[in-house]
Design a protein around this ligand. Sequence first.
Ligand code: TRP
Length: 462
Amino acid sequence: MGVGNAGRIDPWSSEQSTDYARIRDQFGLESLDLTQVPNPSMLHRRGIIFAHRDLDVVTGCIERSDPFGVLTGLMPSGRMHLGHSMVIEQVRWFQEQGADITVTVADLEALATRGTSLVEGRKTALKEYVHNYAALGLNPENTNVYFQSGRPEVQRLAFTLGRRTNLSEFEAIYGFKGETNLAHVQAPLIQVGDIIHPQLDEFGGLRPIVVPVGVDQDPHLRLTRGIAGKTHWFNVKPRKAGGLRVSLSVQNSNSEAFGVSTDGKVDREIRNSIFERLIGSLSPIGYSDLISNPKHGTLDIPGAKNSDIAQVRMCLLRLEREMGGMGLMPPSSTYHRFAMGLTGDKMSSSKPKTTIFMDDSIEDMSKKVKRALSGGQPTIEEHRRLGGDCSKDVSFQYLQFFFEDDDSELTKIARDYESGKLLAGEMKQICIDRASEWLSDLADKRDMWDGRLEEFLAPDAR
Ligand code: TRP
């Protein structure tokens, strides 16, 4: 991911910016507050998942045992490597907290941006990705893998929602230009369809959806959230005097339902009945005081807290659907840091020396780790005196990101390295030992799932 011209993020770039604080601030991501996360996973505890959008919507669902879903996607090209496993760890964690899981095979995107045929994409998706997702512990019971090319509802949404954006926005977000291939322009809209469609009635209905990603995918989330917001019939915002304000968003698609005639006149009876329904729709939350102003199209809830927005919005979206609108919850998202490549470059399937593949042999993995960038000093004498640098040491980082889930053990390794007690070669050996266990465990589990991958596939993907 390059953060290149005009400070844009290019999701298809092979470069990667790691200035996470800048990205967070520039694009308005919220910092992850650990105390907000129930049963935090290793990736949360270690600050590897560092930012989010609207994660409180999802943690609220976890606390109340309300339904919510996770949507994730994979590019069916190349081989699955360690870098890809981070999102799946998060997906598994969300699943343990009660989420249902939808997995997009982005076969249309791979065709559009890499020229991968649909047949090839399907093979790669199952063999490289779904098989390893199974081995990493996703539960097939409520996991649904589907193909973009095989789900017309996703493509239909891409068209329907495409009406809510335009070329200027695509230029601003993605830097698309006159010579940009049109298949490439369609890919983000398909991804909007991917992210939104689990909320359709036939795919689980209205519920919050969270999308765990690396920051390179944030442009798609910004686009999707913006588009979802534009479809809303009711907006909800904090009110200056405290509490929340709901306001009608009158647009072509709802002016009749909202009692606005073509000459702009408001039918009072219709408007009043809408406000009755509006008040009724909020009654489950139980606010004692609602101030309605049908003429201005606003309803104030002085007693509501800002943190109630998600619940109020769910009520409004339910009502919107009853009235004939789409009723789409903007997706939540989480962002993880990228693990350094073995060579110090970005991890990439097309550069085998930069990463460890899920099915690398122990021998290949060991060779790569032995050659990896280290934070050790040039001589043993200096190392003993100055200590190693964990922040530059790939082996340490891989223990931290992937292989050592015991926090106290990791802290001890860091302390010994930084004090000079542990040498660079010894750090590498620890990494190799843990990685060997990890890889052979994964291989065993892959064997267990051999020939059973159908269990993960949605009916339209079989
Ligand atoms: N664009 C993603 C990638 O390059 C794949 C993808 C398609 C995706 N649809 C998605 C990821 C929805 C997350 C959510 O890997």
